[in-house]
Design a protein around this ligand. Structure first.
Ligand code: COA
Ligand code: MG
Length: 282
C-alpha cells in the first residue's frame, strides 16, 4: 500500500539525510525539475550513496529521472543504486517505456526489474494514456498538473486540471495499476484542513495515494489514504452479514438500515484487503 510519496531534491543532502525517517511509504529522489542543470550530474552520481541509505529507513525509493538526453543514464544509475521504481516525466506514449525496459534489462543482473511510474504532463501523453498504462513495468500513473496546465496554455486551477486528472486516473484503474494524486492541490502545505479535505476527496474517487514536497504533509496523506478504523469495522460487518445471508440464499439484504448487494460487498472485501496489505508492510 502506498499512501504517501515524499519528493526530495537529489542535490539537497540536508533533506536527503533524514528523508527515510519522515514516515513516507515512498521517497522520490528528484533529478528533474527540483535540480538545476548545473547540479544534475552530481545529483545522479549521489544516487549510489543516497538510495541505499534512504531505504534503510524502511521505505521504498523511487527516482524521478530527466526526460532529455540524460534519461538513459539517469535510469541506469537509479537501477544500479537499487531504486524500486522510476518516476518518468512527460511520457508521450508506450514506446519510450518499451525502449527503457530493454535497455535496463541488460543492467539488472540479479536485481528485481525496476518498476515504472509514467507522469502524464502533456496533451500527447493524455490521449495515449490508456496505452501508456498498459506499458511494460508500469505499476502506477500520475499527472503532472503544472506541466499539463502549461501544455494547455491554461492556469493550473482545480477546475482546469480535474478532467485530465480523471482521464489519467480512469486509465490507471482500467489497467489495474495504482493511481497517485489529488484533484485539488494545495500550494500552502501549512493549511492542514485544506490538505485533509483534498486527500479525502481523492480517496473517495479511488486514488491510492499522493505525493508531497514537505514532510509535514506525510502524516496527513498516511491518515487519509489508509482505511480508517470505522471503515474497517464496517467492512468486517458487511462481510459477516453477507456470509450469513448468502448461506440463506440471499444476495441482497439490509444491514443497519442500509441496502447491501454485490458491488458493496466487493468494496468491503477490497477495503479489508488494502488494510491487511498495509498492516503486512508496517
Ligand atoms: N524532504 C525531506 N525533508 C524535508 C523536505 C523534503 N522535501 N522539505 C523540508 N524538509 C525538512 C527540512 O530539512 C527540515 O528538517 P529538520 O527540521 O530536521 O532540520 C524540516 O523538513 C522543515 O523544513 P522547512 O524549513 O519547513 O522547509 P524549507 O523551507 O527548508 O524547504 C521547500 C521548503 C519547499 C523548499 C522544500 O520542502 C523542498 O525543496 N521540497 C521539495 C521540492 C521538490 O522536490 N520539488 C519537486 C517535485 S514537485
Ligand atoms: Mg513536471
Amino acid at each position: 500500500m502506498i499512501s504517501s510519496l515524499l519528493y526530495v531534491p537529489g542535490n539537497a543532502p540536508r533533506f536527503l539525510e533524514k528523508a527515510g525517517q519522515r514516515g513516507a511509504d515512498v521517497v522520490i529522489v528528484d533529478l528533474e525539475d527540483a535540480v538545476p542543470e548545473a547540479a544534475k550530474t552530481e545529483a545522479r552520481d549521489g544516487l549510489e550513496k543516497w538510495v541505499p541509505e534512504i531505504k534503510r529507513g524502511g521505505c521504498q525509493v523511487f527516482v524521478r529521472v530527466n526526460q532529455s538526453d540524460r534519461l538513459v543514464e539517469d535510469a541506469i544509475a537509479a537501477t544500479l543504486a537499487g531504486a524500486d521504481a522510476l518516476y518518468i516525466p512527460k511520457v508521450e506514449g508506450p514506446d519510450i517505456l518499451a525502449g527503457l525496459d530493454k535497455t535496463l534489462t541488460a543492467h539488472e543482473g540479479n536485481r528485481a526489474p525496476i518498476s515504472f511510474v509514467p507522469l502524464i504532463e502533456d496533451m500527447k501523453g493524455l490521449f495515449e494514456v490508456r496505452a501508456i498504462a498498459q506499458g511494460p513495468r508500469v505499476i502506477a500513473l500520475t499527472a503532472g498538473g503544472e506541466d499539463l496546465a502549461t501544455a494547455m496554455g491554461a492556469r493550473p486551477t482545480p477546475e482546469v486540471l480535474r478532467y485530465p486528472k480523471l482521464m489519467i486516473h480512469y486509465a490507471a484503474k482500467e489497467a489495474g495499476v495504482l493511481s497517485f494524486g489529488m484533484l485539488r492541490t494545495t500550494v500552502d502545505f501549512a493549511d492542514k484542513d485544506a490538505l485533509r479535505a483534498a486527500a479525502m476527496e481523492a480517496r473517495d474517487f479511488g486514488f491510492d495515494g499522493a505525493s508531497c514536497i514537505h514532510p509535514s504533509v506525510v502524516p496527513i496523506l498516511n491518515e487519509c489514504f489508509a482505511p480508517s478504523p470505522e471503515e474497517v469495522e464496517w467492512a468486517r460487518k458487511v462481510l459477516a452479514a453477507n456470509d450469513e445471508n448468502a448461506a440463506a440464499g440471499r444476495g441482497a439484504f439490509m444491514l443497519e438500515g442500509k441496502f447491501i448487494d454485490a458491488p458493496i460487498v466487493t468494496r468491503a472485501r477490497n477495503l479489508l484487503a488494502r488494510f491487511e496489505k498495509g498492516r503486512a508492510t508496517l
